[in-house]
Design a protein around this ligand. Structure first.
Ligand code: NAD
Length: 239
């Protein structure tokens, strides 16, 4: 492990432009459960892939909202704070060009101070009115069980990419990854498509070093030059 940490230190030191690719695993140490770990949400018998879908929202937004709020702990969201993983990435902006491609919707990278963040799956911090486009914040969403537009009373839609919705900024994110000189995945199972194609694009079209920091083995570990199976907090504290 010490050799791997030293290698990672060297790679970070040498790089001028680093692209971090993060998933739910970077926020578990802030107390937000991921989807696919041993105690992740997929193991808790919630058929949430059906719930957090465009189809379900379109059919019955009034059934969608209470379940959505429960799955994403909406009422508690303000209690979560960035952890050492988010902070390491944000601090590196002082000396390097940093891009963060995140699958997370929790906004913790921005709270830590990162400025170039691609939120591929949107954000849980806002919702909009599908009818008139007005935007509303988390406090507004939490005020009533069924958040509706102030102006036209239409039920709001969260600014999260639901299953069946189009993802955001894929091309810009892929471009940022391809233009970097170090690519680091932190806390992602790389199970979700099409976002999991970005590491494969980097591997195919560049020669840059690729690092994977994840507790568990992923299906694409073999495209990475350095693979560390450990907790992000543990790795960051040793760095
Ligand atoms: P995932 O749940 O599929 O995988 C998370 C991975 O992180 C797992 O392989 C796990 O072993 C690893 N992990 C967990 N804690 C870790 C830690 N402390 N250190 C190192 N590794 C750790 O997550 P994903 O790949 O991001 O895909 C899930 C989807 O769920 C994404 O689309 C994301 O939008 C959404 N999601 C987001 C949040 C959030 O915003 N915090 C939370 C849950 C799910």
């Amino acid at each position: 492990m010490e050799t791997k940490i030293k290698q990672l230190q060297q790679l970070i030191k040498k790089a001028d432009k680093i692209c971090f690719f993060t998933g739910a695993g970077i926020s578990t140490e802030s107390g937000i459960p991921d989807f696919r770990s041993q105690n992740g949400l997929y193991k808790q018998n919630i058929s949430f892939a059906d719930v957090i879908s465009k189809r379900f929202y379109d059919r019955s937004p009034e059934k969608f909202w209470p379940l959505f709020k429960e799955i994403f702990y909406l009422k508690m969201l303000h209690q979560y704070a960035p952890n050492r993983g988010h902070q390491l990435i944000a601090n590196l902006e002082k000396s390097k060009v940093i891009h963060v491609i995140t699958q997370n919707i929790d906004g913790l990278h921005q709270e830590a101070g990162s400025t170039n963040v691609y939120e591929i799956h949107g954000t849980i911090k806002k919702a909009h009115c599908p009818s008139c486009g007005s935007q509303f914040d988390l406090a507004y969403m939490n005020k009533t069980a069924l958040p509706a537009c102030e102006a036209c009373t239409h039920l709001l839609k969260p600014n999260v990419v639901l299953f069946g919705d189009e993802i955001h900024q894929f091309e810009q994110a892929a471009e940022a990854a391809l233009q970097s000189d170090l690519f680091v995945v932190m806390g992602s199972s790389l199970e979700v498509t099409p976002i999991n194609q970005i590491p494969l694009l980097v591997s195919k079209h560049t020669q840059i070093p690729m690092v994977m920091i994840n507790k568990e083995v992923t299906q694409y570990d073999d495209v990475f030059d350095l693979v560390i199976h450990d907790s992000i907090g543990g790795v960051v504290s040793r760095l």
